[in-house]
Design a binder for this molecule. Structure first.
Ligand code: ATP
Ligand code: MG
Length: 553
């Protein structure tokens, strides 16, 4: 796909670890929390983790980080698996942090036994107070010096359900004056009488992220645990637990999360868009979710190429969404079959055309010699785009105008002779003559025209609805824009064209086809299509503004 590139910093680490013999092979993981659908940022992480294992002959686990019973759901688990597979990756093992609850509980017992954890009765406000500030040391909890025996007894009572939510927590006993706030006796277990989507009501205590993630990595012998930059301050804690528990020494490495212009990239925010009905579900084609992009017609190849091009950064940045669109367009140009669809029909009657009509042929894809040809019916009555005609045209207008000629794509040259209007002065049809000897491929007319229009045969065309999408947000950097992110929603992000006419080849096609509608953009069939009405999504426009910008720049 791409030419020889220099290694990113994580590949450098992996290569060093392999060549020093530290590891014989690597194990990575992709660890989503099943509290929403995956977005393009996750795709970046998926491509990185699976990409490393593929490149270096290791393996990648898919691990659901399901330690928070309240927000998680099996619907999300299933969607995540679908999305990873669709992106083209296969995991070695499907794991769940909740499968490790018993082991994690055992790790907590071990810490208590080593005098490194204690049960704290302080309220959450009191615990926050004790934490101090980045410039001020914290203070010890009054419960910090409980005996090991008492801590063991209380922790077991916590598990047994003897306390209410929030009444007690288990904290690691590290150092309340530690310069890293995360090391100031972090909470490692909390009481939550909540139903878990996998373990049901088996547990009423749940480990915190920091007490689940690294340990889950260790249980799975993950060699390189890759996460995003906001976890840098957690790394000391990650290492501390692993060291104290004497388990497999997984190591954490951080890279910059993907941020993209005109896009939100947080499951929490995406969930709000869904719940508050700004969009029609997680797979709305305007969403930055993988399922939304798939429905919109993005290809997995294009998304992988995008992730590859942006590389692995160590500092946060904002990627132009135009680059993603560029990758999509580039791939679709190679694979999309060409079709003609008229969005806003104006009838053309060929006054000199005799007979029932005929079948013409056109290439499916000029970029692909193997794509073959398709039949296009031609007849006396056609539709062209209303805005491809002008009654009073300016000088260099190369489309249709009274007395002017254009070519109909893959068909004939026509000339407009007469404009027919209704009582209100609205143009209802054009009377034209066609030039029989101008047929595409065997044109002997000697006539040169500058404009080529797309068209459909009125009698043969099938009805279609076409959905055109614009950006969901009006500002570039949604994450850093003033006010609530929803204030910046573009309320005109969906335009529905309900009376389009498509050439009949579209009705016969299967749904996984990608199309280029001539002069209109790239499209795919939407799942809302019925046999009565085809529904298409515009995946991306034809215009390539991003590449132009880059050339200029
Ligand atoms: P969100 O805030 O959207 O829920 P998250 O980081 O909480 O994101 P997780 O399900 O915990 O989501 O993420 C799974 C993996 O994907 C983690 O390793 C996380 O670092 C990575 N990830 C999430 N968002 C991005 C992003 N924007 N860019 C790169 N990696 C990401
Ligand atoms: Mg999260």
């Amino acid at each position: 796909m791409s030419e020889e590139k220099s290694l990113n910093f994580i590949e450098e680490i992996v290569e060093a670890d392999l060549s020093s013999g530290k590891y014989q092979s690597i194990v990575t993981r992709f660890p989503p929390e099943p509290n929403g659908y995956l977005h393009i940022g996750h795709a970046k992480s998926i491509c990185l983790n699976f990409g490393l294992a593929n490149k270096y002959g290791g393996k990648t686990n898919l691990r659901f980080d399901d330690t928070n019973p309240v927000t998680e759901d099996t619907e999300y688990v299933e969607s995540i698996k679908d999305d990873v597979r669709w992106l083209g990756f296969n995991w070695a093992e499907e794991r769940y942090a909740s499968d490790y609850f018993e082991q994690l509980y055992g790790f907590a017992i071990k810490l208590i036994e080593k005098g490194l954890a204690y049960v704290d009765d302080s309220t959450s406000e009191a615990i926050a107070q004790q934490k101090g500030t980045p410039t001020q040391a914290g203070t010890n909890s009054p419960f910090r010096d409980r005996s090991i025996a008492e801590n063991l007894e209380l922790f077991k009572a916590m598990r047994a359900g003897q306390f209410k939510d929030g009444e007690k927590v288990l904290r690691a006993k590290i150092d309340m004056a530690h310069p890293n706030m995360h090391m100031r006796d972090p909470i490692i277990y909390r009481i939550k009488h909540a139903h878990h989507h996998r373990t049901g009501d088996q547990w009423c205590i749940y480990p915190m992220y920091d007490f689940a993630h690294g340990q889950s990595d260790a249980i799975e012998n993950i060699t390189h645990s890759v996460c995003t930059l906001e976890f840098i301050p957690h790394r000391a804690l990650y290492d501390w637990f692993i060291e104290q528990l004497e388990i497999f020494p997984s190591k954490q490495y951080e890279f910059a999360r993907l941020n993209m212009t005109y896009t939100v990239m947080s499951k929490r925010k995406l969930l709000q868009l869904v719940n508050e009905k700004y969009v029609n579900g997680w797979d709305d084609p305007r969403m930055s979710t993988i399922s939304g992009m798939r429905r919109r017609g993005y290809t997995a190849e294009a998304i992988r190429e995008f992730c590859d091009r942006i590389g692995i950064a160590k500092r946060d940045n904002l990627i132009d969404v135009g680059l993603l669109e560029f990758c999509v367009r580039e791939h679709l140009n190679k694979i999309a079959v060409r079709r003609m669809v008229v969005f806003d029909p104006l009838k053309v009657v060929l006054t000199n055309y005799e007979g029932e009509g005929e079948v013409l042929w056109s290439e499916n894809n000029p970029e692909d010699a193997n794509a073959g040809n398709r039949e296009i019916p031609f007849s006396k009555e056609l539709y062209i785009e209303r805005d491809d005609f002008m009654e009073v045209a300016p000088k260099k207008y190369f489309r249709l105008a009274p007395g002017q000629m254009v070519r109909l794509k893959s068909a004939f040259i026509i000339r407009c002779d007469e404009v027919v209007k209704d009582a209100n002065g609205i143009i209802t049809e054009l009377h034209c003559t066609y030039i029989p000897e101008s047929k595409s491929g065997s044109d002997t007319s000697g006539i040169n025209v500058k404009g080529t229009l797309h068209w459909v045969s009125a009698r043969h065309a099938v009805k279609a609805e076409v959905r055109l999408y614009d950006r969901l947000f009006k500002v570039e950097d949604v994450g850093n824009a003033e006010g609530d992110f929803k204030d910046h929603i573009n309320t005109d992000s969906l335009e529905v064209i309900s009376n389009a006419y498509a050439e009949p080849a579209l009705a016969a096609d299967s749904s996984d086809h990608r199309y280029q509608f001539l002069r209109k953009g790239y499209f795919c069939l939407d799942k809302d299509s019925t046999t009565e009405k085809l529904v298409f999504n515009r995946t991306v426009t034809l215009k390539d503004t991003w590449a132009k910008e880059v050339k200029k720049g």
